[in-house]
Design a protein around this ligand. Structure first.
Ligand code: HEC
Length: 126
């Protein structure tokens, strides 16, 4: 019985200990993603809530593609029916022209899975 209690205490302690570590991890990933996002900033403004040559990306994770009213999207993206979930964002940054042939966004090729993780962690903060 005592052993059982000890087990629970240590599980709880471990969980309490792990939480900040996980948060720090996400923050570190987002920070790494901010570095990668520099490759996107030529077209997606540093003020990510503003449209530039590319559409603003604030709140893009979970958003319907081509859904901002004040941006002139390509017909291809408008007709894509895509939702920007993590899976589609990975495909987009790996090869956007393959995911949406005819898109106006210049080709990017972020194929490294870790780099994609970082970038998506960063996009989630916008
Ligand atoms: C050379 C300019 C340029 C660069 C560099 C660029 N983009 Fe884009 N991006 C665009 C344009 C233009 C569009 C709109 C495409 C269309 O309408 O077909 C777009 C669209 C998008 C969308 C869809 C947004 C929506 O509202 O549906 C996402 C997501 C996106 N870009 C992410 C990125 C990321 C992440 C990077 C960096 C890895 C990047 N882009 C680099 C110009 C660029």
């Amino acid at each position: 019985m005592k052993k059982e209690i000890l087990k629970w205490v240590s599980v709880a302690a471990l969980a309490g200990f792990m939480t900040p570590v996980v948060q720090a991890d996400e923050a570190a990933m987002a920070a790494a993603g901010a570095e990668i996002f520099k490759r996107c900033q030529a077209c997606h403004s540093e003020d990510t809530s503003a449209n530039a040559f590319g559409p603003n990306l604030s709140g893009v994770v979970g958003r319907q593609a081509a859904s901002l009213p004040r941006f002139a999207y390509s017909e291809a993206l408008e007709k894509s029916g895509i939702i920007w979930n993590e899976d589609n964002l990975r495909k987009w940054v790996a090869d956007n022209a393959k995911l949406v042939p005819g898109t106006r966004m210049r080709h990017v090729a972020i194929t490294d899975a870790a780099e994609q993780d970082y970038l998506i962690a960063y996009l989630k903060t916008l």
